[in-house]
Design a protein around this ligand. Structure first.
Ligand SMILES: [Zn+2]
Length: 371
């Protein structure tokens, strides 16, 4: 920064008269520089005199604000003779930069002074730990999803994702649920406006078809994700919940493979071996289809969770229906497979003994803080 005292010849008026008498360019430039230095020195003095942030902001506005000195200088350029424009432009930029630097320095000085004053104040104890930012935690659904992803990946499964808005074809048709099929009644969903063929997916099963279309068998995939139903909500029903779909396609797949995989899954979730049983269940995209129940992990005699039956209903599963394999472009005489749909929301409720599914997506911090 140049010393303002050294440029006493320079005022804007003199600079103008120099130009008028067509003095040489170097005299011009030095006059401009001095004028600039004077304005800058003026700004610096004002900035240094500020004792609080508001005053500082006012001075900053005066010089570099929209209507400030710098803006006026820049606006005046177009009216100047061409040979002066460059000089004035440089002058404006130097002034702007100088003012911004000075403001920044003053800001820091003021902040340091404030801290120093606080330290002198009563009740200040330098040995206390600093306040820590509050740390959140993962949502219980996220925790369970990640654990299961790890578990399945250790068994050679790939984790896939799929669209939450599906076409009618993937959500129903390709899964052997045709337009007039009664099973659609239990999948009351939200149809999107427009062509009527888009739905909020009612299950994660559409990704079965997408996986078959894009991956070459043999394959093992799991698909965690949100699904939607048009439900009257109550303690055990919500319009949005989480599932994890599983699909294995290979040659010579039998129900024994399915049971083996489900037992490994249960061991991973509950940390011990649980007895399982299969009951016949009807789902259009599997044949045969089952409801898989597991021994209640919470009791020996029957409890509230298992409704005193000692069995808890865990997941629907079955061998992949030949029509689904065909829809995915596979020959059912060559390939077979099993599929299951794990209710993640239900699993989280079981694990943490949560009595109302609506807590999960309710967004109440008092609930979420517990995990
Ligand atoms: Zn029980």
């Amino acid at each position: 920064m140049s010393d303002p005292a050294s440029g006493e010849a320079g005022t804007p008026g003199e600079a103008d008269s120099n130009t008028d008498s067509s003095a040489d360019a170097s005299a011009d430039a030095s006059a401009d520089a001095s004028a600039d230095a004077n304005t800058l020195a003026d700004a610096q003095a004002k900035i240094f005199a500020c004792d609080d942030v508001d005053a500082l902001k006012a001075v900053e506005r005066e010089f570099v604000g929209k209507q400030g000195v710098v803006a006026q200088l820049l606006a005046s350029i177009s009216k100047l003779p061409p040979e002066q424009r460059r000089g004035v432009g440089q002058q404006a930029n130097a002034l702007k930069q100088g003012v911004q630097e000075a403001v920044q320095n003053r800001q820091q000085t003021l902040a340091e002074a404030r801290v120093a004053a606080d330290r002198q104040g009563e009740g200040f104890d330098a040995s206390l730990p600093p306040p820590r930012p509050r740390r959140g935690s993962l949502h219980p659904l996220t925790q369970v999803t990640r654990e299961l992803e790890d578990l399945f990946q250790s068994m050679g499964y790939t984790v896939l994702d799929g669209p939450e808005i599906e076409t009618d074809y993937y959500n129903f048709e390709a899964l052997n649920i045709h337009a007039d099929h009664p099973a659609r009644d239990s999948h009351d969903t939200f149809f999107c406006e427009g062509d009527g063929h888009l739905v909020m997916r009612t299950h994660t099963s559409p990704v079965q078809i997408r996986a078959l279309e894009t991956l070459k068998p043999p394959l093992r995939v799991v698909v965690p994700g949100k699904v939607f139903r048009h439900e009257s909500t109550d303690a055990s029903h919500d319009h949005t919940f989480h599932q994890m779909e599983g699909l294995v396609v290979d040659r010579d797949i039998s129900v024994a493979h399915l049971v083996g995989a489900m037992k490994t899954l249960l061991r991973g979730i509950f940390d011990r071996d649980l007895e399982v049983r299969l009951r016949p269940g009807y789902f259009p995209f599997v044949e045969p289809g089952f409801e898989l129940d597991a021994r209640c992990p919470f009791c020996q005699e029957g409890c509230r969770v298992c409704k005193r039956t000692r069995w808890i209903e865990l997941l629907p599963c079955g061998l992949v229906h030949p029509n689904v394999l065909r829809a995915g472009g596979l020959d059912p005489d060559e390939w077979g497979g099993f599929a299951f749909g794990l209710g993640l929301s239900r699993l989280v409720m079981l694990r943490h003994n949560i009595d109302d599914v609506r807590h999960l997506l309710g967004g109440d911090v008092r609930f979420l803080e517990q995990f």
